[in-house]
Design a protein around this ligand. Structure first.
Ligand code: ADP
Ligand code: MG
Length: 309
């Protein structure tokens, strides 16, 4: 879609929602809304809770900028509602969104295509008791325990000793009945943004606490971000190519961001892909875009332009 066409559209920025990432969504939504308003786009801020269908039906809009993270927003649910209401929306389609929300599925798919991802074992807490799962577990600490379908580092623990494992499993299963136990990779944390099928500069994430948890993610000054990431040209290219490959295999659209750990042997391990990355002015994708020469509003326009009308 050309920008002149986009100017004629009534854009609704959908934010809030019901997920644990609601507050971040509101920030993303506000940043996108303000940027579009400052450029005189016809834009409305649609703050929702669980009343998404009614809001979409009532709002007089031609296109949705989806700023809802996590449950409903990022997992294919809102995408389905938009499909049924015939409202074009930003970001990945229904199936891609659902697939990428579940970490184990994402890992299985990319692994099949030769992308390196840490070894993992799934615990389905609705089918198996925790003690029985732990008896069979072949992975040895250090491991990382995370809910299979969640974002923003909620319910995640790093386990150094076996004695900490049960507690971590019980915490993670509060967020999703399926829990991922993954081999812990020590190394540099790198995130790779892809915008409309093009790779943006990599970012190295250096949390002061050593763990990129919720606090490190959202508290100012808790984490250092280096963009472009200080890596050799060949490793940079390798990670960029891998993130493009993941984006393509998983059929993402618009902006998506993959998380990697680069170990001491310079192997890049794929952790997950985010199909609805944060878009506050200080978020990672806007940082990478800026380094690439794209201002925040240009990034927002690019995401809107990728929508099929
Ligand atoms: N296998 C792993 N090895 C080392 N660190 C990990 C591993 N998995 C996750 N982490 C750490 O936990 C953070 C969150 O994990 P991630 O899989 O990206 O989930 P989310 O961002 O959805 O919470 C990562 O950014 C990283 O710091
Ligand atoms: Mg992550």
């Amino acid at each position: 879609m050309e920008l002149t066409q986009l100017r004629k559209k009534r854009i609704g920025v959908l934010a809030g929602g019901i997920s644990s990432e609601k507050e971040i969504s509101l920030k993303t939504g506000k940043a996108v809304f303000e940027a579009l308003k400052s450029k005189s786009y016809q834009v409305q801020f649609l703050e929702v809770q669980d009343n998404i269908i009614e809001t979409l039906q009532k709002a007089k809009i031609d296109i949705i900028f989806n700023a809802l993270h996590g449950t409903w927003g990022e997992d294919g649910v809102v995408q389905s509602a938009c499909e049924m209401l015939k409202i074009p929306y930003t970001g990945s389609h229904v199936a891609s969104s659902s697939l990428c929300m579940v970490k184990s599925w994402t890992k299985m798919v990319v692994q099949k295509e030769g992308i390196l991802t840490p070894t993992f074992i799934l615990w389905d807490s609705s089918k198996e008791k925790v003690d029985s799962f732990m008896k069979k577990l072949s992975l040895k600490p250090p491991v990382i325990v995370k809910p299979d379908a969640q974002g923003s580092t909620v319910g995640i623990s790093i386990i150094k000793k076996f004695s900490q494992l049960k507690n971590a499993l019980m915490v993670a299963q509060k967020f999703d009945s399926c829990v991922l136990v993954e081999g812990f990779i020590s190394g540099k944390e790198i995130t790779a943004s892809v915008l409309n099928g093009k790779s943006l500069p990599l970012i190295e994430i250096k949390p002061k606490s050593g763990f990129y948890d919720y606090k490190s993610k959202y508290t100012k000054g808790q984490t250092e971000y280096l963009c472009p990431a200080p890596l050799s040209k060949s490793i940079t290219q390798k990670i960029q190519n891998t993130s493009l490959k993941a984006y393509d295999i998983l059929r993402c659209r618009g902006a998506a961001r993959s998380d990697f750990i680069v170990d001491k042997n310079n192997k890049a391990w794929f952790l997950e892909i985010n199909t609805l990355p944060g878009m506050t002015e200080t978020s990672l994708v806007p940082k990478a875009a800026k380094e690439f020469g794209l201002s925040f509003i240009k990034l927002v326009e690019e995401i809107l332009r990728s929508v099929d009308l």
